[in-house]
Design a protein around this ligand. Sequence first.
Ligand code: NAD
Length: 419
Amino acid sequence: MSLFENTIRQMRNAAQIMKLDPHVEAHLSSPQRILEVSVPVHMDNGSVRVFKGFRVQHCNARGPYKGGIRFHPQVDMEEVKALATWMTMKCSVVGIPLGGGKGGVIVDPRELSERELEQLSRTYIRAIEPLIGPEKDVPAPDVYTNPKIMAWMADEYSMLQRRNKLGVVTGKPLSVGGSEGRGEATSQGGMYVLEEALKELGKNPSEMTVVIQGFGNAGANVAHMMEDAGYKVVGVSDSKGALYCKEGLHPREAISCKMEKGTVTECSVAGIQKTGDCCKVITNEELLEVECDVLVLSALENQVTKDNAANVKASIILELANGPTTPEADEILREKGVMVIPDILANAGGVTVSYFELVQNEANFYWSAEEVQERLIRIMVEAWQAVSETAKKHNATLREAAFIVALKRLEEAMLARGW
Ligand code: NAD
């Protein structure tokens, strides 16, 4: 089953429970628009390579399409369609007036020079330019794209429009229209939601051990936030493998070590572990099955599957990544009583602060870090409450409940517009 089919299956489960209008369901079962583009780049060695890129616009019933751009060698159209659909649901769960979109280029950016990467980013934006803009479709960073790339993209689009249109992408550096708090927003939003979940369960962060898969924007930020909040982080990982320290590790030391050595697997050194001498390098597969209370998935999709779900020891899974748990794994986890805080709620802090960034760009008036945090926490806590109450009302999982909350708002908007 493709990732997009998984997404549709998740939506249908919720649609059945809430008795969604069949026309609305049909509408949401396929993207409104799909664009495939060629992205030629003059390489440093004099050759020309043509990369393939995509932009998928899933649904704009509640506002302009919104969603990141992924640069990854394995990205494909089915994946981008799935990610765009989740964006529609995510914006609706947190109640922000945006729709869902997503983009991708099939490339390993780690193999490109800085000049090649800049040309790729600018050429991709020229290719999708007719479809994007602050009122139409607003991209952002995702896996292997970052604020520097967003600055190039905003600049290219602004040059094409012959005026500053910085709100065309979000996740930019502060110096060119970025928002305070955007870099940490995905992780921060996840922290707020997890805190609410623990309150309901009557648990305290200081009693909880945590394993974090993926150590990029989402994973590394949540690691140090968790340490500050009193959780004990016992394992972290990146694409090369995982580091497990039974007695706990220092996330900030692990982040500096990864920056220096390129991977956490080179970091089983003094200073990383909290006590003793017990860090070991294990595989990403093994990491998902170690003893812990909270498993934070912040890498890629399809990580917890029917093959390993039964072996997960955590009682809570926080999905900062999109689609890290397959529908078959969801069934197994439900039977085991594992609380899965779903992606469309857990990682929605990122798009929420992206929305704040867009609003600030359009108004050309900027907020303080405190104002951003205040608004973010309110939105995330309200979203948690809506999802948690819906789950109880329908005896549903949090994923089903999050989809129900999202679909209700989408249904209302679509019917009001006469779709
Ligand atoms: P990133 O590029 O900053 O980091 C990705 C991390 O995952 C890297 O540490 C990489 O080494 C690691 N990784 C890659 N393949 C792996 C594998 N097979 N096993 C373990 N680790 C692996 O990306 P990010 O922005 O942190 O995004 C991570 C996830 O969070 C993605 O699913 C993304 O869609 C989702 N997400 C990100 C944001 C955001 O604001 N950045 C918002 C919402 C959702």
